[in-house]
Design a protein around this ligand. Structure first.
Ligand code: PEP
Ligand code: MG
Length: 592
């Protein structure tokens, strides 16, 4: 339902998720990438079964060939993301997708389209309970891959983005990383999609291409038509349809200011973040892939505060070898040296997300066999990773971070396995460095409450607010229906963070933060005031956060944090932030 001003002016504002920053204004180009909408079910006679399986295999082969061609032609600037597409190649032969579809055709005597549809919807059910954003991204990968197979089965032609020959802004229901890699920068000014999020692979590719994008708009394709004039503001996640002349002028002006501002802060981001009263706080990057190291460096990061290591385990049909892991960790350590690289050991759910393990389905994976629990149950898998990390530590400044610690003994057990890994390397005469700092993620309430005792057996804490908030507030971080309750400024969350920081300090260890909370400008005055020693975030947030820190005073922030800790609600705290720091935040975020 349009609001009054929309009815009056015809200008429509749609809000989604900011995919990659920047502004573009131009004509929309609607592309049909929704895949095959209606899938019919029919039965296959037994004598025709082999042909049906053959038909499915041919569709998969064609899909692989198409993607292989896209990989071959991938532009230079996207080469570092080629592994995303290569992971899709592996998915074509995934047991869960490929094997299961063939099995369904054979067992249920149904057509290949229907079998594929059933298998994908089963996989989606498994993913329903998964909150880890990385694993959620895997669900999208599977959908993109199956859409490509489905199109081939149905014989529908896909629209080729590389054939578009006008300067346009793409509007699509969804774009796969394969689609996005075909974008020609001299023609495509930006894009918007109904689906997707900032950390989706499509979002990551858009950030590398540096074209503005807004994702997760739900129904942009229902509202925007080809040739409509639209404004895409990828910084705030806003799309304006049929803008008034004055709105266009305003955005053109904002665009110029944004570009000038970005140039200044990215340059100054290479200077350490120091408050007005001389308090220095390292600002680090969170990455999932070795290739993202570059963007930490480009954005002026002081190191890597969180290297999530799940990718290598999920892009293969088996556990990776020590050598593969070592090569990847070494590459990051070398590139960042002497700056620290914090490698978090495997944070995987012990469920079907890793299709080659034999674990049973879990009714509640967020509370189940995941992360350190999974690794302690599979010491040989854990030891392989630890050996790779210790070997890579010869080449840079590596720290080890154990995820999802909930008890003291888990730390002792993990350290015991680390010792065994080091001993085995020693015996085999393989070079390694045992002199690495060992820390834990504080993301489970029991660890936060016991922080004073846990601090006795580790070198640092890293607060993982993404999980800590979900467990403290009993809110599934991936559930959209209750997302309005997920609030990092809930006083219970802030009090618990203060407890962890104080406990760490009392035992002489540093306390870092690597959850999303650390990269949101609004939280910075409080986090600084609570005494967090280091913040780690999405690399693209580093310049903004450094800039904000440079305009704060640490003593004032400390006073401010104490004040808000007494407040009863997140709303009160938000208002207090607005009243006290509104201007600084506005100036630094919106650059006006
Ligand atoms: C967290 O929980 O805050 C965190 C950084 O880890 P992940 O998002 O990978 O669970
Ligand atoms: Mg976590």
């Amino acid at each position: 339902m349009p609001d009054k001003s929309e009815q009056f002016t015809g200008e429509i504002k749609i809000t989604g998720i900011a995919g990659s920053p920047g502004i573009c204004i131009g004509k929309a180009y609607l592309i049909d990438k929704e895949g095959v909408e209606v899938v019919e079910k029919y039965y296959i006679r037994e004598k025709n079964l082999r042909n049906e399986v053959k038909r499915f295999k041919a569709a998969v082969k064609k899909a692989r060939d198409e993607l292989g061609k896209i990989i071959e032609d991938i532009p230079e600037e996207l080469k570092k993301h080629v592994h995303i597409l290569e992971a899709h190649m592996v998915l074509f032969k995934d047991k869960m997708l490929y094997g299961k579809t063939i099995e369904t055709i054979e067992k249920e005597l149904v057509n290949a389209e229907w079998a594929l549809k059933m298998v994908v919807s089963e996989i989606q059910t498994v993913f329903l309970n998964i909150s880890n954003s990385y694993l959620k991204g895997r669900e999208t990968d599977i959908i993109h891959v199956s859409n490509r197979i489905m199109r081939n089965l149905a014989g529908t032609e896909e629209e080729n983005i590389s054939n578009i020959d006008k300067r346009v802004i793409l509007v699509a229901h969804d774009l796969s990383p394969g689609d996005t890699s075909q974008i020609q920068l001299d023609r495509i000014m930006g894009f918007v999609t109904d689906l997707g999020g900032k950390t989706s692979h499509t979002g990551i590719i858009a950030q590398t291409l540096r074209i503005p994008s807004v994702l997760g708009l739900n129904n942009a394709t229902g509202k925007i038509k080809t040739d409509d004039i639209i404004i895409v503001d990828g910084t705030t996640g806003v799309v304006i349809l049929n803008p008034l002349d004055q709105t266009i002028l305003n955005y053109q002006e904002r665009d110029e200011k944004y570009k000038a501002y970005k140039a200044v802060i990215t340059r100054s981001s290479h200077v350490p973040a120091e408050t007005k009263d001389g308090f220095h706080i390292p600002i680090m990057g969170n990455i999932e892939l070795p290739s993202e190291t570059e963007s930490v460096v480009e954005n002026g990061g002081d190191g890597i505060g969180l290297l999530r290591t799940e990718f290598l385990y999920l892009s293969k049909n088996r556990f990776p070898e020590e050598e593969e892991l070592f090569e990847q960790y070494k590459q990051v350590a070398e590139k960042m040296a002497p700056m620290p690289v914090t490698i978090r050991t495997l944070d995987i759910n012990g469920d079907k997300a890793v299709s080659y393990t034999t674990e049973e389905d879990e009714p509640n994976p967020a509370l189940g066999l995941r992360a350190i629990r999974f690794c302690l149950k599979k010491p040989e898998v854990f030891k392989t990773q630890l050996r790779a990390i210790l070997r890579a530590a010869v080449f840079g400044n590596i720290r080890i971070l154990f995820p999802m610690i909930s008890t003291y003994n888990e730390i002792l057990e993990a350290k015991q396995i680390l010792d065994e890994a080091a001993d085995s390397l020693e015996k085999e005469g393989i070079p390694f460095n045992r002199d690495v700092q060992i820390g834990i993620m504080v993301e489970v309430p029991s660890a936060a409450i016991m922080a004073d005792r846990l601090a006795e057996v580790v070198d640092f804490f890293s607060i993982g607010t993404n999980d800590l908030i979900q467990y403290v507030l009993a809110i599934d971080r991936g559930n959209r229906d209750i997302a309005y309750l997920y609030n990092s400024l809930h006083p219970a969350v802030l009090r618990l963070i203060k407890h962890v920081v104080d406990a760490g300090k009392s035992k002489g260890i540093e306390v870092y933060m690597c959850g999303e909370m650390a990269g949101d400008p609004v939280n910075i005055p409080i986090l600084l005031g609570l005494g967090i020693d280091e913040l780690s975030m999405n690399p693209s947030s580093i310049p903004d956060i450094k800039n904000i820190i440079k305009s704060l005073n640490s003593k004032e922030s400390r006073q401010f944090a104490l004040e808000v800790l007494n407040m009863a609600t997140a709303e009160d705290i938000e208002k207090q932030i607005q009243d006290t720091y509104g201007k600084i935040l506005y100036d630094t975020i919106f650059h006006e």
